[in-house]
Write a protein that binds this ligand. Sequence first.
Ligand code: FAD
Length: 369
Amino acid sequence: MNVVSSDVIVVGAGLIGCAVAHALSRQGAAVLMIDAGAPGSGASQASAGMLCPHIEGSHDPILQQLGAESLARYDTFIHRVRSDSGMDVPYVRNGTLQVAGTDEAAVALANLAESLHAQGVSCQLAEGEAEVRELEPLVRPQRAGLLIQSHGAVRTRDLVEALLHASLHQGARCHQSERVERVAHQDRHVVVETHAHTFHAPHVVVTSGAWSMHLQVEGHPVIPTHPVRGQLLRLQMVDRGLRRVLWGPDIYMVPWADEVLVGATIEHVGFDARATVGGVSQLCAAAEALVPNLSDATFTEVRVGLRPGSPDGLPLIGASERMPGLLYATGHFRNGALLAPLTADLVTDLIRTSSAVVPPAISASRFDL
Ligand SMILES: Cc1cc2nc3c(=O)[nH]c(=O)nc-3n(C[C@H](O)[C@H](O)[C@H](O)COP(=O)(O)OP(=O)(O)OC[C@H]3O[C@@H](n4cnc5c(N)ncnc54)[C@H](O)[C@@H]3O)c2cc1C
């Protein structure tokens, strides 16, 4: 078996692995990415790319805080990847409109607006059908709407491609179609075994998404990730498109110049990555109910991804307490696109500075890893 060495090995080249590889290689580290399939072919290829911490985190202040911190880094993150890759990455910060169709939902939205105002987050509450229509003429009549101006979206596939390209340009290497079978510790290095190679490095970062639970790490308990299937539609609207991300009770829509993404199902069906009649019809019905014009849209594609769920819905980031040199950056569930810049910075700091710390709520050590 060949033995190959690098400074850092990244196990899994999805969005998180590519963001980590990019951040490290731009600081001069020799990075090797290893992916069981093609880079970006896991959950990341299906991601809607919404960047909306104040909606996703409205029931979890920790997630909201992490998301807001990551969102604050997004302009710089995108600027760097665009200039390091020479590629365009579609990215907007034109806000989200969350709508409420019932009185009860309108009260919840008003409460959210009040709480955001108290936190200093800029937002605008639209009350009644006419005010909501002014913000989004295509939406079916609603009781209320909440515009959160700082939110946005990124085209995740383009982002992964650009991060990979920039990393390779900076000297990183990528082995694809090579599954990591075992991780162990030997002679002050972490050893990574695939069917074809044995790699070793002072640092190894586990970024293998939902599949992290299958990774065998010597002397470690099972990494507690689990797959959560999401189906997402790509549609083309015939006339005008939506103005910005629209978030309804059972569905969200992310408009780009040439298409609208409609998502997403949340299904606990193990590693079954099929698109299903039930999933697609659920999304089509909810989409049409929110934006009637969509009944005439062209159906382009359904994408399916297995989100990396974790026991408490928060990611697992940080150094292993059991194996020196091993780090985790996985379990990002519904927010991997949003949390990519923060995750890449945290991992880079941990590798470069021994005193760097990760907030305890997302530290991998909370699961005894
Ligand atoms: C339908 C849908 C919509 C979403 N919308 C949003 C959104 O709007 N906003 C947002 O922030 N997030 C969203 N997400 C979540 C986001 O996409 C994920 O959190 C993110 O993609 C996770 O990235 P990852 O790199 O950790 O995992 P993945 O993209 O799954 O990558 C893991 C990689 O590891 C590789 N791998 C696995 N096992 C091994 C092994 N043993 N050896 C080597 N390689 C291995 C896989 O091949 C894969 O390429 C959405 C997800 C889905 C499915």
